[in-house]
Design a protein around this ligand. Structure first.
Ligand code: GLN
Length: 473
């Protein structure tokens, strides 16, 4: 039924880069056989799952929506994929995303366009835009996203689904193609709090292959999700309701808070004074780490390699031109063939936003600027975390808008990187602090677009977020 649904609707939505029909049907048949034989079944037995195309899947092309990895077939599967396979899930396909997860609209994909199922003139959000869109269009019930600065939560908000970014270290990053390693987390996306709880339970847990994985017991989220939270203290951040916030989004969020009050929650006004430096801090740290992580894509070790014959011919022509002009300096400064191969492969393989991040990151890490930018950003990151520590003494969850606006028109922000970066206003600070956060659908605009409610909790308190989400729905 899911494959039929994909065939019927994905032409208009474009959520998938690849659908693995045969493998999915074979797995479904195997689960069915196990069930009939009375064998033990996994937690997600027979449940169709979509996977964002930056999780390595053995033997299946894994592209990161980049020309650089268009033909990359990983020789191994990420821990999360292995866990889902062991849980008897049926992996149906790989979803579209912003190239290397850099972006907030999925328009940075080099391999396809994804549109918002609520209105196909609009973007689905990003970078996990395909992941959110295939849920909203009811193509699959579960979908994996990743979140470095909001990429699970903002598309969940734009598409009217649930998306949870777990605590840093809760889910293994082994086999996830890295964007910014100190911020990246894999997380569950689904249509309800119960599904999200079950899905997180299946993917979370300690993994010795990821040295940043948290060595703590993983709660059975699906067993507690329906238990209401007594005496819930909700923090409303005064800095969240200022400039840039769409009035209809604000209205929906305030109405959602009133629902919680009716359910017995107490609202406390709080302040996160360093919140306003979130975007600046994130857009120094994330590109810095990205510039280092993406250095491996050089056409030699991994990824796209330029056509060497034309490259060598061009180099020869350049050399002859310098010789004819008697330009000694030009000759001396010429690329060696190996350097030219790196340079040209990267020029051809990476899209404009990825190049922008690499330029930003190499600049902020370079000698002379490191102290002024990167080191300073790390210090502000600490202050942002301390704000949270203080706030969580007075409240149990922090509630606000997930994104400053509902889904926007395709093309409306593509020429304005700063406008696109401001999409992440409310989400990046959870990644900087390493805490869990969820986006749940909380209302609609007058134009019929979903609005997302953002909730944040202290580290390792995903259980609290899921229960709070369940109470609301
Ligand atoms: N929109 C943010 C960025 O472009 C977040 C991306 C993400 O979480 N992967 O970096």
């Amino acid at each position: 039924a899911c494959l039929d649904r994909i065939r019927e609707h994905d032409g208009a939505v474009g959520a998938f880069l690849k659908v693995m029909d045969e493998k999915a049907l074979a797995k479904a048949a195997e689960v069915d056989r196990k069930r009939k034989a009375g064998e033990d079944l996994g937690l997600l037995a027979g449940v169709p799952v979509a996977v964002k195309d930056l999780l390595c899947t053995e033997g299946e092309v894994t592209t990161c929506a980049s020309k650089m990895l268009e033909n990359f077939v990983p020789p191994y599967s990420s821990t999360v994929i292995k866990k889902l396979e062991a849980a008897d899930a049926v992996i149906v396909g790989k979803t579209n995303m912003d190239e290397f997860a850099m972006g907030g609209s999925t328009e940075n994909s080099a391999l396809g366009k994804t549109r918002n199922p609520w209105n196909t003139d609009l973007v689905p959000g990003g970078s996990s835009g395909g992941a959110a869109a295939c849920l909203a269009a009811q193509m699959v019930p579960l979908s994996i996203g990743t979140d470095t600065g909001g990429s699970i939560r903002q598309p969940a908000s734009f598409c009217g689904v649930v998306g949870l970014k777990p605590t840093y270290g809760r889910v293994s990053r082994f086999g996830l193609i890295a964007f910014a390693s100190s911020l990246d987390q894999i997380g569950p996306m689904a249509r309800t709090a119960e599904d999200t709880a079950l899905f997180l339970e299946a993917m979370a847990g300690h993994d010795p292959q990821d040295s940043t994985s948290a060595n703590v017991a993983c709660p059975l989220f699906s067993k507690t999700v329906d238990q209401p939270l007594e005496g819930l203290r909700i923090g409303l951040v005064k800095e969240h309701f200022g400039e840039g916030l769409d009035s209809e989004v604000e209205k929906s969020v305030r109405e959602a808070v009133a629902v919680y009050e009716k359910l017995g929650a107490k609202v406390v006004d709080i302040s996160l004074p360093h919140n306003k430096y979130g975007i600046a801090t994130y857009y120094i740290i994330a590109p810095s780490e990205a510039s280092s992580n993406l250095a491996r894509f050089d056409g030699a070790h991994y990824g796209h390699r330029c056509d060497e014959a034309t490259m060598l011919e061009e180099l020869q022509k350049e050399k002859e031109a310098f010789e004819a002009a008697g330009d000694e300096l030009g000759l001396k400064r010429m690329d060696t063939p190996l350097i030219r191969m790196y340079r040209q492969s990267r020029a051809e393989g990476f899209g404009p936003e990825v190049k922008r991040r690499i330029m930003l990151g190499t600049y902020t890490l370079s000698a002379g600027y490191y102290d002024a930018f990167y080191l300073k950003a790390l210090k502000v990151r600490r202050l942002i975390r301390e704000d949270y520590d203080k706030a969580f003494k007075a409240v149990d969850v922090i509630v606000g808008p997930t994104a400053p606006n509902p889904a926007f028109a395709a093309g409306s922000k593509t020429n304005d990187p700063l406008a696109m970066y401001l999409e992440d206003l409310y989400t990046v600070t959870a990644n900087l602090a390493g805490i869990p956060a969820i986006s749940i659908p909380c209302g609609m605009t007058s134009g019929g677009l979903p609005v997302g409610l953002h909730m944040q909790a202290p580290a390792l308190e995903e259980d609290r977020l899921l229960r709070a989400a369940y109470m609301f729905q």
